[in-house]
Design a protein around this ligand. Structure first.
Ligand code: SF4
Length: 126
């Protein structure tokens, strides 16, 4: 937990996405980037591919934050499995469980904003 000058507490969190080639993988990637841009997660990016490759700096970066979120496009949950293999505790979001249809979802700013808002709402309730 960090405290900024205004006195409000904010959580140090990293967001990762499966970044798959499917439409829902692309949306997962765009959502993770937007959450970082909005300040919901750390603005410095870290790569899930580095974790999948078992490279220590990437694993350490994920283990040192208070919260890790992983967004997967579908129930194959590649991102979640990467985190499990590296023994990183992560909160998981699966876009096909949130109403998106793999192979049938247009990648639009409306969809990206809607998923961002849903993730922020759910996280704020935890
Ligand atoms: S979780 Fe689904 S969309 Fe993401 S990389 Fe794996 S198969 Fe592709």
């Amino acid at each position: 937990m960090t405290i900024c000058n205004c006195g409000e507490k904010s959580i140090l969190r990293n967001v990762y996405a499966c970044s798959g080639c499917a439409d829902v993988g692309e949306i997962a990637d765009q959502v993770s980037r937007q959450l970082r841009k909005e300040g919901f997660a750390q603005s410095s990016m870290s790569c899930i591919a580095g974790i999948a490759a078992h490279m220590k700096p990437f694993i350490d970066a994920a283990k040192k934050v208070e919260e890790v979120i992983v967004i997967d496009g579908c129930q194959v949950i590649c991102g979640k499995k990467v985190m499990e293999h590296a023994e990183i505790n992560a909160v998981s979001y699966i876009l096909t469980d949130m109403g998106l249809k793999k192979g049938k979802t247009e990648v639009t700013s409306e969809v990206i904003n809607d998923i961002c808002n849903k993730i922020k709402e759910k996280q704020n309730r935890l």
